[in-house]
Design a protein around this ligand. Structure first.
Ligand code: PGA
Length: 252
């Protein structure tokens, strides 16, 4: 049986004082069960401090992005090894804000995934369609293109320690959540694509839902058979809101 992963994507929010307060609240209220793992993804400058703050807890730390390069003249970039040095276990790759605002192509995302994996990080691959793409009936084609770029680069074995996050772009930060049935349909499709390569990996890979997930809608989403947790933006910025989702997972 797959366990739940409840991940907070803090995006570019907070300062040292507020982030220390946030992490302390999360550590204090983390559910005491192996069924649910909590992950926080703070901005780069706070990673090391947040890793220290979670060191004696079950909460783990990840980055919001990662360079595809190991070192060199890449001003402003952060390598996988640097993230490991800061105490990261995970790195998000291909978040829709990176794809749309910083023009990261599926090929670039696949390179980042590969670099993260080879360094020993667990990549969280974000995939998802825009509203126009959904309305045009191309949701599955968009997901397949994003997923296949990674599968072609690392093979299905590269998914063994990774996580996938289905984040419909129209649901991110909009308050418009996918219904549990809409999300389940895509999650099932993603697992089906993986199963076409390797049944065991398809069965064990955690697939998170992301897009306006909050305490009030988490239980319905997490009750779906192929939804194994959440990637949470807005509702991860207050410990009570984040813990409400963690609690829904613990009850699920
Ligand atoms: P949201 O963001 O929960 O604020 O919609 C999710 C995400 O972008 O990962």
């Amino acid at each position: 049986m797959r366990n739940y992963l409840v991940a907070g994507n803090w995006k570019m929010n907070g300062d040292m004082a507020s982030n220390r307060e946030l992490v302390a609240g999360i550590v204090a209220g983390a559910p005491d069960t192996d069924r649910v793992k909590l992950l926080i993804c703070p901005p780069f400058p706070y990673l090391a401090a947040m890793a220290q703050a979670t060191a004696d807890s079950t909460v783990v730390v990840g980055a919001q992005s990662v360079s595809e390069h190991a070192s060199g003249a890449y001003t402003g970039e952060v390598s996988p090894q640097m993230l490991l040095d800061c105490g990261c276990e995970y790195a998000i790759v291909g978040h829709s804000e990176r794809r749309s605002l910083y023009l990261e192509s599926s090929a670039a995302v696949a390179s980042k995934f590969k670099a993260a994996l080879e360094a020993g990080l667990r990549p969280i691959l974000c995939v998802g369609e825009s509203l126009e793409e959904r309305e045009a009936g191309s949701t599955e084609a968009v997901i397949d293109e994003q997923l296949n770029a990674v599968l072609d680069t690392v093979g299905v074995a590269g998914l063994e320690t990774a996580v996938i996050a289905y984040e419909p772009v129209w649901a991110i930060g909009t308050g418009m959540t996918a219904t549990p049935e809409q999300a389940q349909e895509v999650h099932k499709h993603i697992r089906g694509v993986l199963a076409g390569h390797d049944a065991a990996i398809a069965e064990s890979t955690q697939i998170l839902y992301g897009g306006s997930m909050k305490g009030e809608n988490a239980a319905g989403l997490l009750a779906m058979p192929d939804i194994d947790g959440g990637l949470i933006g807005g509702a991860s910025l207050k410990s009570a809101d984040f813990l409400a989702i963690a609690e829904a997972a613990a009850q699920g």
